[in-house]
Design a protein around this ligand. Sequence first.
Ligand SMILES: [Zn+2]
Ligand SMILES: [Zn+2]
Length: 299
Amino acid sequence: MDFRYVSAGSSRSHTTRFFSFVPGSAWNTLLAVKLGSPADLWKPLRGAADALLSVVFPTPCRICRQPLSTAGRVPVCSACLDSLRRIRGAVCPQCGRPQPPVVAPARLCHGCARGVYHFDLARSFALYDDAMVRLLTLLKYEPVAPLGAWFAAQIEQVIRAEPALGEVDFIVPVPLDRRRFRERGYNQAELIAQPLARQLGRPLARDLLVRLRSRPPRLKLSQRERWETVRGAFHAPAGPRVDTSRILLVDDVLTSGATLDACARALRSAGAAAVHAVTVARVLPRWESPVSGTTSGGI
Ligand SMILES: [Zn+2]
Ligand SMILES: [Zn+2]
């Protein structure tokens, strides 16, 4: 997988960033050469720099612990990133739930047919399998901004395939409540939403949605508990910005869809005209899920 995805939106190249991490006049000289050189002259040096980096600074992949062989900013190897199971094929036209290949044309899933969700469209990048669990756990306990940017680049591709998702006025990360935000120091959904907003050229709006309380600190919740714990957990202050606006919510995981539904309800009661949602991962019901354990992510 190409780590240059990560540098989308940045004027600094892959290799320039690498050398900027390394102190010393020799590197600075090489950096000066790079800035004034044609790209083709630099290519062999970049390969050599990657090889040198893996020997001098053998940073292991944060997932599989194998040494990283390229000087990317995402601390995860390309094999681990490539192992993620991107959602392709038929999905529910509203909530994006994957459907068996025999379902053609795609039709509303059971929940959407009953009008369960208050968001208009939701899509996810990949399935919530074991590799994804470890990547999102990394993002939850450490603010690894380059990984958030990598996820944003994947979500941008999802939006390209479903352009209505990107026709919005604001990008809104699903917020943490104030206590959880203070404890963690950052919101992992915002690590994804911020670079996504930059890539889409839309403003990030943190203040349109407030979380009044967190989910209970239990790993395993029943479907009913998932819906009950988020009922009324979000509030969108009414005002001219949210009134008749179109919103794209961003979160890490879609499990039952209850969190995104609660956010959409709050934004709609404040006057939002449309609420779409994108997540990095999507949990499938146990009988069709590739994950053996329980989910500890979103609701
Ligand atoms: Zn790895
Ligand atoms: Zn659906």
